[in-house]
Design a protein around this ligand. Structure first.
Ligand code: FDA
Length: 525
């Protein structure tokens, strides 16, 4: 405690020296003895897996209200030898925005979340601490024919999401969130506030998909809004595995198999994803538990029902889509629909930052370049049935994603990918270490099984579905480029070296680091 208090006192002094107008520090600097500390620390932790862990807690949580407070925080954390973790929405799958094994401070951008929409210019400025739900809401408040192509869960933070790529239901038409960023403000390791022009094109490239945490603190982003029709169509068709025996129509496995051949080739306006999950069967099957697999074909079409039905009849007749399976609504209503809200839910649900998805989980991701054979799918179902709360989410690529070159942004997973897939296992409560380890062991064994079906050399993964199993940097300030390549090439393929080059130039002492931050290039160390 004595050391803690000493650091705290020195830190406050440093802040007042380096920041004009940073006087009332108690409003935005929180120490373990502040009444707000615990609730702040836990507020946006998406995955409470580490709540009771022995991982050290931050010595300080800084919640700046303005850029100058971030700038001073960088200078002062550096001076005090504290590592910095920056948190926007707290959804990092491995908790990297709020956990560390070394003494550290969290810079939490919760108070930096203004959004300014310019409908005439079709652009917006959004601060990193806003959520994608707040962004969608603000756009819809100004226009019924504009939207933005980012993720599905409204509580996801802008800062982590944009800097890691970010995709959702409009990916096939407009690409990633990062593909639609045109400018940004970032505080660099020297505490300078830089925009696109002053940071330069290399750094601006790196923060759009390379993960912001390796390069600085991105305060705000300028984005291009995209056009959406006044009315869009959604549908959800569920198929269960046990229906296979009942004959009539294509079976679930056959539909999933067929989907792999066509979903990436559909018109760009049509996005059909599949969410596979273990569900209660409702029927007892001779001794085995009442579980089965459900595949939900979940779709957004940027047009009306009468345009959609002919497209579906031509491209995917096996699904048997009828007009009565479809619902027309505004684009913003479709955002609520995909977030899991019932039709008719008031739009302000998008402003709710306490996410409905908070849960204990572990996830892993893959990219699929060849359809998985039916027998392979059956093997996946068998494995999923070993768990109670397990998912596999298949998001189709193609469309716009095929037209963006692999090196345009750090996110390299473009042409040639049929779909991205994510495996998730969840559990309730975190008191039983043995039980948790069992789930983690299970998902690792599913991942081993999937190896034969997915991309190779490297086996690719999506940064925003962070997975520390892929590899981590050595502890301390000794990241090793060739060791980091093991995980780095999975996320970034050939772009990893360029990211390391940018990193070496902008942060040569590796101040901004974490378990999977971009390492320095050896020759330039
Ligand atoms: P968080 O604050 O934890 O940050 C994540 C990483 O980015 C950390 O390393 C952090 O330090 C860094 N960072 C954050 N803000 C920064 C800043 N301003 N400057 C520099 N670095 C910064 N993804 C997707 O593409 N589509 C989807 O539909 C979804 N859906 C989804 C649902 C749920 C329930 C979860 C938990 C996650 C998703 N994701 C997703 C994944 C999501 O995109 C990913 O976890 C993002 O990194 C989350 O960003 P946050 O700002 O919320 O996280």
């Amino acid at each position: 405690w004595a050391t803690c208090n000493a650091i705290h006192e020195d830190f406050l002094q440093c802040m007042t020296i380096h920041c004009r107008g940073c006087i009332d520090t108690s409003k935005y600097i929180h120490t373990p003895s502040s009444p707000s500390y615990t609730s702040l620390l836990q507020s946006s932790q998406q995955n409470p897996r580490w709540l009771n862990s022995t991982t050290s807690k931050p010595l300080l949580i800084i919640t700046p209200y303005k850029e100058s407070q971030i700038q001073a925080s960088i200078i002062c954390t550096k001076k005090h030898g504290l590592q910095t973790r920056v948190r926007s929405g707290g959804h990092d799958y491995e908790g990297l925005s709020y956990l560390s094994n070394t003494p550290f401070a969290i810079i939490d951008l919760i108070n930096l979340r203004s959004i300014s929409i310019g409908i005439e210019a079709e652009t917006a400025w959004v601060q990193s601490g806003a959520t994608i739900g707040e962004l969608y809401y603000s756009i819809a408040n100004k226009s019924g024919v504009h939207g933005f192509p980012a993720g599905l869960c409204p509580s996801v933070g802008i800062g982590g999401h944009f800097s890691g790529g970010g995709f959702g239901t409009m990916l096939r038409k407009y690409g990633l969130a990062a593909d639609n960023v045109v400018d940004a403000y970032l505080v660099d390791v020297h505490g300078r506030l830089l925009d696109r022009e002053t940071m330069g094109e290399d750094l601006f490239w790196a923060i759009r998909g390379g993960g912001g945490a390796s390069f600085g603190i991105i305060v705000s982003w300028k984005i291009k809004l995209v056009r959406v029709p006044p009315i869009v169509t959604v549908f959800n068709i569920d198929k269960k595995l046990h229906q296979e025996e009942q004959g009539g129509g294509a079976t679930m496995t056959k539909l999933v198999h067929r989907w792999q051949h066509i979903a990436h080739k559909l018109p760009e306006d049509l996005f059909i994803r599949i969410v596979i999950q273990v569900v209660d069967d409702g029927e007892s099957q001779g001794g085995s538990q009442n579980k089965t697999i459900k595949a939900s074909f979940n779709s957004l079409f940027l047009g009306r029902i009468d345009e959609l039905i002919p497209v579906m009849n031509k491209s995917f007749p096996e699904l048997g889509l009828q007009a009565e399976n479809c619902t027309e609504m505004t684009w913003i209503e479709s955002v609520l629909y995909f977030a899991g809200y019932p039709i008719g839910q008031p739009l302000d649900a998008l402003l709710n930052r306490t996410t409905q998805y908070k849960s204990y989980f572990k996830a892993k991701s893959d990219f699929v370049t060849q359809p998985i054979p039916e027998s392979g799918l059956q093997g996946i179902w068998e494995r999923l049935l070993q768990e109670n709360i397990a998912f596999m989410i298949m998001d189709p690529y193609g469309g716009k994603m095929n037209n963006i070159l692999k090196f345009e942004l750090p996110f390299p997973h473009r042409k040639g990918n049929l779909y991205n897939t994510q495996y998730l296992v969840k559990w309730e409560g975190d008191d039983e270490v043995r039980a948790r380890n069992k789930h983690i062991h299970w998902i690792r064994s599913l991942y081993r099984y999937m190896r034969q079906f997915v991309s190779r050399s490297p086996r690719a993964a999506y940064l925003n579905y962070r997975d520390l199993d892929l590899g981590i940097n050595q502890q301390g300030n000794t990241t090793n480029y060739s060791q980091a390549k093991v995980w780095g090439r999975k996320y970034f393929k050939g772009n990893f070296k360029r990211l390391a080059r940018v990193k070496t130039k902008v942060d040569p002492k590796n101040f901004f680091r974490n378990e999977q931050s971009i390492p320095l290039l050896p020759a330039m160390k």
